[in-house]
Structure formats: C-alpha cells, structure tokens
Design a protein around this ligand. Sequence first.
Ligand code: PEP
Length: 254
Amino acid sequence: MARKTLIAGNWKMNGLLADGVDLAKAVAAEVKKMGKPGCEFLVCPPFTLLTSVKKALRGAKVALGAQDVHFNPKGAHTGDISPLMLKDAGCQYVIVGHSERRADHKESNELINKKAAAAYEAGLKAIICIGETLAEREAGKTIDVCKAQILGSVPDNADGTNTVIAYEPVWAIGTGKTPTAEDVEEVHAAVRKVLAKKLGKGNANKMRILYGGSVKPGNAKEFLSLPDVDGALIGGASLKADDFIAIAKNSGQC
Ligand code: PEP
C-alpha cells in the first residue's frame, strides 16, 4: 500500500479567533484550488479554535487535529480534554508526545502510550512524536533514543490506519537548523525497522513517518522526496497559509 503523504500543521499556542479562522480559510481556499491533491492536509490549532476552524475548513480536504489529549474519557481532570471531546469537536487526529510537552510537562513514554491508546478508542488517529536532543545527537545516541521512544510510546495495537510517527529532532524545532537529508533518511529507515520488529513488517510498511523541524518551502523537496519520509509536521511555517501550501507544492508529492 502506498503511503499517502501527510502535510500537517502544528499551530502550537498561536491564534486568536479572528486570525485562526482567517488562516484556516486561506488554507482551505488553496487546497480547494488544488482540486484532488495527491497528499493529505491536516491542521492542528489550539483547543479554543477547534470548532471555529472546523467550520472554516468546510468543503475543503483538510483534516482537523488537536495538539494533546488526556487518556481518560471524562472525569475529574481539571484543564484536560478527553479523546471523545476532540472527536465531538470534529477532530480526526491528535498529536501526542510532542517534545514541547515531553519537556514542559515531563511527559513520559508510558503516559504518551496511554494517550495514543485512548485516542484509538475514541476513533482518533495519533501522531506520536519522537526525537533526540542536541546532546543526545552529539553523543551518537540518536537511533537509540528514537528506538526507546518508539518501544515505550507506541501502543501494541498501533497500525498504519491509527498511527503516524513524527520524527522531530528537538534541536531542529523552531531553530532554522535541520539535519542533512542523509541523516533524516537514516533515522526514518531505522524507525521503520523498529516498528517492524514491534508491530510486524506489514504494519511498519503502511505507517507514515513524518519529518518535523524547521521545514520550509525551500527545503520541503529535499526532505519529502526521501523514501522513508511520508510527510511533514510543520510548526512555524504552518502559521502562514502561503508557506504551508508552498511546502506541499514544492514537496513534489501533492
Ligand atoms: C513542530 O512544532 O512540530 C515543529 C516542527 O516546529 P517548526 O516547524 O517550527 O520547527
């Protein structure tokens, strides 16, 4: 099965109602112009914008996702959002284990695993993020770190339909720095091998592995044309519709 390229925008903690809706409308208009794009589009706004962005995307082939989720379906968890609430708001995807949550909220692989499993239960697809810090890269531990994160945070019932992996070197996020294309392909191929051991070759071959970390229109082709790169998770550049769409167009996959 060919893996359909996923162009995913992570808006992080950005956007008030007016600019979030404008951004979503601009993305929707551009995607509509593309007719039947060969890739899948996704935007992940903050929780407060989910329902308005959903409306703004109406009629466009752009999926909606959230940036985090609690593993319980409901209950006494002040400030948290459940998988069912996300589904109810129109989400198809949820990002779990982003490095900013691993760092800011001390999220463990075990917790991320529970969040992903809970997302599946509610019919959501999980985008599970992994990636090494600069110190880990410099110590030559990139593959080992990613392997441990996969083994710990990917549920045993993950497959190509419910899970997307996002490889995001922490030092490349929002910095303008990127690994070389060779480095990215090496990690993605290693990640797919680990997935094959854990979930079977069939599942691993169907599972999309995105690259994330300072993806821009100018480097989209370099990363997105690699054999084991199945799309991009885009932070900063997803906040400008023109850049987000240019990444898709320049990738040669859409
Ligand atoms: C991200 O936040 O997932 C990300 C990759 O950010 P940026 O594209 O800004 O590096």
